[in-house]
Design a binder for this molecule. Structure first.
Ligand SMILES: [Zn+2]
Length: 590
């Protein structure tokens, strides 16, 4: 039924309606880790078990098991059928429905596909030119910046020659002038002349998360202006909806993105193994980009230039990212203007250390906090000071801590000494908390063996499908270790879909997959967050082991039940089965 609308259309519909924003009109949602929690609107409850994931754009209730995409939510909430729900959402974001007998939407989709093709042909053309004698200048720049051959290939860098060479080439490939102009690689002057937009520039293809080249950036090789020139906005290229490098950074194993200013920063950092870096496309960060980042990673480290413009942009970016509920840290470089320069002077190791040490700006947090309280009211003033003290507990430098305490003291008239003793008190509570958690963890254990094995098996199936979908780096392992027979009836359908996407080299899109499943709720349960896995390889191996052992035990059980074994075999198998179940108890439930 979902196929009534094109995949493109549904994707755009889900991109333009944010699930968290939508649901929060009917459910009070609170941020909890990488997802939002609230009281389920579909069943009565007192403690929240309803979870919404912004990055996966899915919801799931651990209480009643309802789950799915925003479309499923609207269907169930408003009692609508699929088409009605799509209509409602399309209406809400001003998208026109594809009419049954009109082809306007189709025409747009078709033009977009043609533009992808033109961009792809152009990208290849630029890439080839870089190696030709005409590209010597660009090549010289590439080697001056110490970019390796591998980096050039990975980013598909190229050279746009002088004159109308590309235009001529594209015409020869059979594209019409209108199509070529629509792609933006050429421009059309007022008197109708068509000309190559990029001339004598080093070319950076801009690739979206679905691996289409959607536009180009071009850097001058001499002193002409502008230094960077980008493709204009087209049917396929919306600057505020894309980020340079996101196609690669999205798949990094880190749970954060590093946001830098320039293409060159992205490329240099990737070359040095920091592959979770993105840049905006020659404009300031937009709310849409913040939302897109939110869907990939829960955290952002801003690493803008250290000049005044960079610092101003940092403040703006903090506000936008924070508004989306992202955790924001700021990387501070001393002595260098940008990451590129910093790495040249200090090495990449030093830069990675800066990423690790980057912090949320206390100043910023304090300002935000301050807005929530009316400090002319005594109670609220006390609450403000206490909340501020909570933030100060985590400041490592005593000097910095003292400066902030002074600030809050001056602001509220509460003595520095009182604030300091509150900080000390909170530190003690934190220590006790840690002890208690460790104690509880040691305490938990005891359940029935067979139930426990089944639970472990279920859990492992869900976890490995989640990993399979989120971590490209382990997909080869999973493909070679498990097949659909290893999954039970319910999970198999989902495994098969993710498997076929992985086998074709694609990147699974949770929302789109769930919208196609027969059991959307189960699929949403499995895919609705990325579970914050530290070591996906290890987790995949452990899960695969549990799954394979469970299936093996099942086969033995079946053989015993059907009396397929000789009596000597039987004894061995029974003891194998017993030791397996006992192992389950000893391992405990994780
Ligand atoms: Zn529920």
């Amino acid at each position: 039924m979902a196929l009534y609308f094109s995949e493109d259309f549904l994707q755009e519909l889900m991109d333009r309606n944010d699930i968290v924003e939508y649901i929060s009109h009917s459910v009070h949602l609170k941020k909890a880790g990488s997802t939002y929690k609230g009281l389920c609107p579909f069943h009565k409850e007192k403690t929240p078990s309803f979870s919404v994931s912004a990055d996966k754009q899915l919801f799931y209730c651990f209480g009643c098991g309802k789950g799915g995409t925003l479309i499923n939510y609207v269907m169930q909430m408003d009692n609508l059928d699929f088409v009605e729900a799509v209509k409602l959402l399309a209406d809400r974001c001003g998208m026109e429905l594809p009419e049954e007998n009109s082809n306007s939407n189709d025409a747009n989709t078709k033009l977009r596909q043609t533009i992808y093709k033109i961009n792809s042909v152009s990208g290849r053309f630029f890439y080839d030119k870089l190696a030709e004698p005409c590209g010597a200048n660009a090549m010289e720049y590439v080697s001056k910046r110490a970019l390796s051959k591998q980096t050039v290939n990975r980013f598909g860098l190229g050279y746009a020659p002088d004159g109308n060479v590309l235009l001529k080439y594209l015409r020869e490939q059979g594209f019409t002038d209108d199509e070529i102009v629509a792609s933006g690689v050429v421009g059309r002057s007022e008197n109708g002349d068509i000309y190559d937009r990029f001339r004598n520039r080093l070319m950076f293809p801009i690739i979206d998360v679905r691996k289409n080249i959607i536009g180009f950036g071009g850097r001058v090789l001499d002193d002409s202006k502008p230094k960077y020139l980008n493709s204009p906005e087209t049917v396929a290229f919306n600057k505020s909806y894309n980020l340079f490098g996101l196609n690669i950074a999205k798949n990094s194993t880190e749970d954060y993105l590093v946001l830098v200013e320039g293409y060159m920063d992205v490329i240099q950092l990737h070359q040095h193994g920091v592959n979770t870096v993105v840049a905006t496309l020659g404009t300031a960060l937009t709310p849409e980009q913040a939302r897109i980042i939110k869907r990939c990673k829960p955290q952002v480290v801003i690493s803008y230039d250290s000049d005044e413009a960079g610092q101003k942009a940092t403040q703006r970016a903090i506000e936008l990212l924070d508004a989306e509920g992202l955790k924001v840290k700021v990387l501070t470089m001393v002595g260098s203007k940008d990451p590129d320069e910093y790495i040249k002077a200090n090495g990449v190791g030093a830069y990675i250390k800066l990423i690790e040490e980057s912090q949320e700006q206390i100043e910023y947090k304090l300002r935000k906090l301050r807005k929530n309280y009316d400090i002319t009211n005594i109670q609220q003033k006390a609450d403000y000071v206490n909340s501020a003290a909570k933030e100060f507990v985590n400041i490592k430098s005593p000097v910095e801590c003292e400066l902030y305490v002074k600030k809050v003291s001056a602001e509220t008239g509460v003595s520095e000494q009182s604030i300091f003793s509150e900080i000390t008190r909170l530190k003690k509570i934190n220590e006790k908390d840690e002890e208690f958690k460790a104690f509880r963890k040691a305490q938990v254990q005891t359940t029935k063996p067979a139930d426990m094995q089944k639970r472990r098996y279920d859990h492992a199936q869900k976890l490995i499908i989640n990993i399979f979908s989120n971590h490209k780096s382990v997909s080869n392992y999973i493909l070679s270790t498990l097949n659909e027979e290893d999954f039970d009836d319910q999970m198999r359908e989902l495994f098969v879909v993710v498997k076929s996407i992985r086998e074709s080299g694609g990147e699974p899109d949770a929302g789109l997959i769930v919208s196609k499943m027969s059991d959307t709720a189960l699929a949403a349960e499995i895919l609705h967050d990325d579970k914050n896995i530290d070591d996906p390889v290890l987790a995949a191996k452990q899960s695969a082991e549990i799954i394979l052992n469970y299936k093996k035990a099942e086969r033995i059980k079946a053989a015993l039940a059907n009396d397929e074994l000789t009596s000597t075999d039987k004894l061995g198998k029974i003891s194998e089965e017993i030791s397996y179940e006992r192992k389950g108890v000893e391992d405990g439930d994780n």
